[in-house]
Design a protein around this ligand. Sequence first.
Ligand SMILES: O=C(O)CCC(=O)C(=O)O
Ligand SMILES: [Fe+2]
Length: 272
Amino acid sequence: MNSELSKSQIESYRENGYIIIEDFLDSTELNHWRERVEEALRERNGQKMPDKAVQIGDDDGINTDADYFKNVFDQLLNLWQTNEGVKKLMLDPRIGKLATELSGADGIRVWHDQALIKRPWANPTSWHLDTPFWSFSDRRALSIWIALDDVTLENGCMFFIPGSHKQTTFETTSIGKNMGEIFDQYPQFKQAKSVPAVMKAGSCSFHNGLTIHGAHANMTSGFRRAMTCAFMPDGNSFNGQANILPEEYLKTLKEGDLLDNDDQNPLLYKVK
Ligand SMILES: O=C(O)CCC(=O)C(=O)O
Ligand SMILES: [Fe+2]
């Protein structure tokens, strides 16, 4: 695993709100990730979250058009909670260290992982932000996105609006059918130049949850598979939004409570 960051990579991430790390996994590691993720997906049999009976493609109340959205990607969350192999891979402190260093936090917790599988001919992913959906509000929150297949302009690579993370806010927008809806909320980026994140299988990107991003449609007959994980800087508190927190845990939380439950949000890395 290519888990060393140079100063200029960190600077570039902070400036642009995303970074691509080529050859993050070598070919042996990549095969292992593919096998573990495939196994975890088979076990889940379409169940989107470990603790809820929602199937992929069901209306989740976040996305405004279920029929359209189910053809954007298969989205399965918190595979680390249901598969030991994925847990080992996902809770790797080297990934935690990368996320900590890029974010500038003094420690990092898993918010949730998710497999994002664009099937052949899948719809595009509308431009959006991530952090406004989460149960904490931190401008440093970020995600890793690991390519399990070669990701191209043809099969649904992600795109970023560089620097947008410095100006966006925690105000929510829907992820609907209209690709560019978010630009009505942030008109200052209507003329911005987007950058595609084309990468080989085994490479990864990190993006700040406040960086405007989206993805192409899959214009091919092949799959575009990604394994991703969202991270919460350690020390954050509950902002009142349920997001993916289980009912039982939510019942115990009130706004302002520290989110330090190691079973739900394991601490991956802490600066000593
Ligand atoms: O994979 C995609 O199409 C979108 C991914 C994304 O939005 C994310 O990882 O935050
Ligand atoms: Fe996203």
